[in-house]
Ligand binder design. Sequence first.
Ligand SMILES: [Zn+2]
Length: 420
Amino acid sequence: MSPMLTSDPTNASPCFFAEPHEVAPDVLLFANFVNNYAICLEDALIIVDPGFEHLARLFHQAVRTWTSAPLRVVVYTHGHADHAFGLQPFLEAGERPTILAQENCLARFRRYERTHGWNAFINQRQFSLPQPMFPRSFIWPNMVFHDRLTQRLGRFTLELRAARGETDDACYLYIPEKRYLFCGDLIIWMSPNCGNPQKVQRYPEDWAEALETMAGLEAEYLFPGHGLVIQGAQAVRTVLLDTARYLRVLVDQVLERMNRGVQPEEIFHAVEPDPRLSSRPYLLPHYDHPKFIVRNLLRLWGGWWNGNAADLLPAPWCRQAEEIVRLAGGADAVVARGRELLRAGETRLAAHLAEWVTRAEPTHRGGQELKRDVYAARLGEEPSLMAQGIYRAAMNDARVALGQEPLPPSAGRLGIMRPT
Ligand SMILES: [Zn+2]
């Protein structure tokens, strides 16, 4: 039995790493945080997501140990760094596949070229990397499509359909003769990565639609971008529709409130995910956070103004902080109250005080110590890796200001994760 296959997803434990192995008939899985797939159909090789640039040689070796069939088709389920950057060794070996992607992948790569530095800093913070990192060289798709594309390969059919979800350049692949569905990051064995606070717009409602359409295909196997392969038509359907429902519950709550004129800040605090769905093994909020999805929906349908008139054309943060600290009677008083809040477990509020005092008086040692300890506490409380990355960076900013070594992440549940 494959360590990366389940037919009972509601009782499974997510897993993201395994030795390369055949996870289903004619499908090799290379699982290294991200899932890269090689499929052998008669005498033709197909790759779905060649993966990270830094693991490309290992992936190539694993595939070529498994089969010598010529590489005919490559599919990028989307253009993220963990999915679409591992093809170079195949090209160096003389392979000339058709590289298929949804058309927006081209615009993504062009954006990555223009915003390389920005993305490198984001990924350093999000994944707590030792330095800014982001790919610079691209293997461009040589055939793109707008909404759907069908290719014949011997007696098999490759049905590609465009989607929007985590990205605007997503697609999924269905092979009806095998009932194999490769869905990229539309399923990731965590709650949908649909609110990332540091990245461009994401599409919760389109994502739900794509999941519902996929559920109608009645696939027998679902091959996700991360986590376990799912076997069995009913199991596949359950995971797809539960994930769609998880998103729709958030979408409906946000939309209903926006249409009543509720302020964005109030919507953010009021909207919650479905608690029953949130406890499913494939919907735990260990990567993104449902509140970030709320923010993302507010951005999708609204402007950037947060509903506070003072924030429309605001004073700089440091000037606001100086006034607050002065009113409080000085930095020591703010630190003392911050410590009280921290001891009482009111870490969210304590974080605001830590920001005010360190922005008003960056050289105040007690202020930086408060900031360090507050974010260490927030880090411990939050299961979301995206929140942890930002809290760890803030904690380490304070540590550096105090002349202390920054703390790297410990290898946790997901191992050391890499950029996506
Ligand atoms: Zn991914």
